[in-house]
Design a protein around this ligand. Structure first.
Ligand code: IPE
Ligand code: IPE
Ligand code: MG
Length: 254
């Protein structure tokens, strides 16, 4: 696995096309309600938007796409909606897997899977173990994921594996923790997109979003398409990523 520079330690490589795009796919329920449909219909339509976005990102040369599918807080929803989301997740995994592999897309799932039914866990294991030689994009699905859970589980695993660091915590640095975070091996997101109009992070990749460019759109997730993605990428291109430096320094190094 390649090691990528942390944006708070070194200066990451900046490209025209974001190398890593992370998306909070929000607004399925409101999309459905505004059409007098049950919320479920919005989630089903949202799966289509996932398929289109995966394809559009791969075509544009995005190397890593991370999608927030279910948060650690989404268990608070009505049980019917939670079980429907689980069922949709399972069928989408089963239906889409062959197409992903054919298109050179490697699948990863991050989150606390211990809360899921054994059937889902098995499916995830099979799906993510499939070899995808010369993959052009890595698709990471965050399921029962929470940014705080991630940082805590990483710290716990680090201290178990490195008792020397537990004995002298001053030795713990970013580089020591990073391999234990759920997104280990992926560069930090360059572009974060949240659909559905809310302007919040909702416990998504708290550690990794430190220097990510944030983009919010009112478009509901089921309506998100290649054109909407291009708008977000265009906005990303107009930003000056300074990583703590001054504008003059950026200009001088260009
Ligand atoms: C996002 O859409 C999907 C999940 C959280 C699983 P929502 O279901 O949150 O849709 P709104 O925000 O209620 O419209
Ligand atoms: C965030 O959306 C989680 C996912 C898209 C999976 P929510 O709809 O759950 O976020 P809040 O509750 O409005 O912050
Ligand atoms: Mg929502």
């Amino acid at each position: 696995m390649p090691v990528f520079t942390s944006s708070t330690v070194g200066l990451p490589d900046v490209r025209e096309v974001p190398r890593h795009v992370a998306i909070i796919m929000d607004g399925n329920g409101r999309w459905a309600t505004s059409r007098l449909l049950p919320r479920v219909a919005g989630h089903a339509k949202g799966v289509e938007a996932v398929r289109n976005t995966v394809e559009a990102c791969a075509r544009r040369g995005v190397e890593f796409l991370t999608l927030f599918a279910f948060s650690s807080e989404n268990w608070r929803r009505p049980p019917d909606e939670v079980s429907l989301l689980m069922r949709l997740f399972m069928t989408a995994l089963q239906r889409e897997l062959a197409g992903l592999t054919e298109n050179g897309i490697r699948l990863r799932v991050v989150g606390d899977l211990s809360a899921f039914e054994p059937r889902i866990r098995e499916l995830v294991e099979v799906a993510t173990a499939r070899p995808v030689p010369a993959a052009r994009m890595t698709l990471t699905v965050a399921a029962n994921y929470g940014g705080r859970w991630d940082i805590l589980q990483a710290m716990r695993r680090l201290l178990v594996e490195r008792p020397d660091l537990a004995a002298d915590p001053r030795l713990i640095d970013e580089a020591a923790l990073e391999p234990f975070l759920a997104m280990a091996g992926c560069p930090e997101p360059d572009l974060f997109i949240r659909t559905g109009g809310e302007q919040r992070i909702s416990n998504f990749l708290l550690w990794q979003l430190a220097y990510t460019e944030l983009y919010f759109t009112d478009t509901f997730w089921p309506d998100f398409d290649a054109a909407a993605l291009d708008k977000a990428i265009l906005s990303y291109r107009s930003r000056e990523r300074r990583f703590g430096q001054t504008s003059a320094q950026i200009a001088a190094s260009a």
